[in-house]
Design a protein around this ligand. Structure first.
Ligand SMILES: [Zn+2]
Ligand SMILES: [Zn+2]
Length: 312
């Protein structure tokens, strides 16, 4: 998220050079984030699909709200909190019409321009940047909601086991599970809208349906907000390209900006075959030292335990 805030800062200072560099870093961060989720051992955060598949669920060549290209949403419609239960399976079906393997950033920029050029043209760079920050904040919120279920497997709740978490780690499994769980939940509370049924959930209950609803909602938000963050990151670039066609800027870093080129240069990899290097330690497999909080916590509790046992 740190790089997304740098994008915001660069926009506020109208520093296009910083903007293009922080946009490249934000994209790099997003790829690492999805890579960590798909390769990590945390079943809760696991996503077996790649970033393009995640984005394609929300933008399968069309706007995820009105399901049209170019988008024909009115601004009010886009802010509306409609029920997405029926929409996700519909979007998933549309996504299956195209292949999202080996997509480049240019493919996405092309798609987003095709769908949203009207909206991007009418908005200022600041306004597009605001949307990006808003979505990155929503993604952070979704991560926080998902983290609350890290210890869920130890709670031994019927139907909430490793197989369940595995099932919702693919986009297809997640969409199916989301639809059926939300239908059940709406029926249970007799509410026509998911949003209202979610509000009625008793957070102190370990009823399997309520726990599954909370998990699947958090995971869906995690996926969809990531897609939205990516789409606004692309919109920032498209707006910048639009500005550059009208403004005379004498800085090749800005005028020749291309995310992939910036990253290839930064990580010293000019071809697909040439492995990337960490720009800080210059090793192919980064050897920079970091001390994640989790180890500090474990260490602190060990120290506390040692102190406790030393007490007379
Ligand atoms: Zn639309
Ligand atoms: Zn390193």
């Amino acid at each position: 998220m740190a790089h997304v805030s740098t994008v915001g800062e660069a926009i506020r200072r109208t520093n296009y050079r910083d903007l293009v560099q922080s946009a490249a870093h934000a994209f790099c961060w997003m790829c690492c984030y999805v890579g960590k989720c798909s390769n990590g051992s945390d079943h809760l955060f696991k996503i077996s699909d790649n970033l393009s598949d995640i984005v394609a669920l929300k933008f399968p060549g069309e706007c995820g709200h009105c399901i049209k290209s170019p988008c024909r949403c009115s601004p009010e419609e886009m802010d509306e909190d409609e029920d997405k239960d029926a929409k996700y399976p519909q979007l998933l079906e549309r996504k299956k019409n195209n292949s999202y393997k080996d997509r480049s950033i240019d493919n996405w920029l092309f798609d987003f321009w095709k769908i949203y050029s009207g909206q991007i043209h009418l908005q200022t760079l600041e306004s597009v940047g605001f949307h990006l920050l808003e979505e990155a904040g929503e993604e952070a919120k979704a991560v926080r909601n998902l983290i609350q279920f890290r210890g869920i497997l130890e709670a031994n709740i019927t139907g909430v086991d490793e197989a369940y978490l595995k099932h919702i780690s693919s986009i297809e499994g997640l969409v199916t599970e989301y639809s059926t769980t939300m239908s059940e939940l709406k029926e249970r509370y007799d509410k026509p809208r998911t949003k209202d049924a979610m509000k009625d959930i008793d957070l102190t209950s370990n009823d399997p349906l309520l726990i599954r609803s909370r998990i699947v909602k958090a995971k869906m938000d995690f996926v969809v907000e990531l897609a939205d963050t990516f789409s606004w990151l692309c919109a920032v670039q498209l707006k910048l390209f639009e500005i550059l066609t009208h403004e005379k800027i004498d800085d090749s870093v800005v005028t020749e900006f291309h995310i992939e080129e910036v990253l290839k240069d930064r990580y010293e990899s000019s071809t697909v075959e040439q492995p990337m290097k960490c720009y800080a330690c210059e090793h192919e497999s980064c050897e920079c030292l970091f001390y994640p909080a989790i180890e500090l916590v474990a260490e602190a509790s060990l120290e506390a335990a040692a102190e406790e046992s030393n007490k007379p």
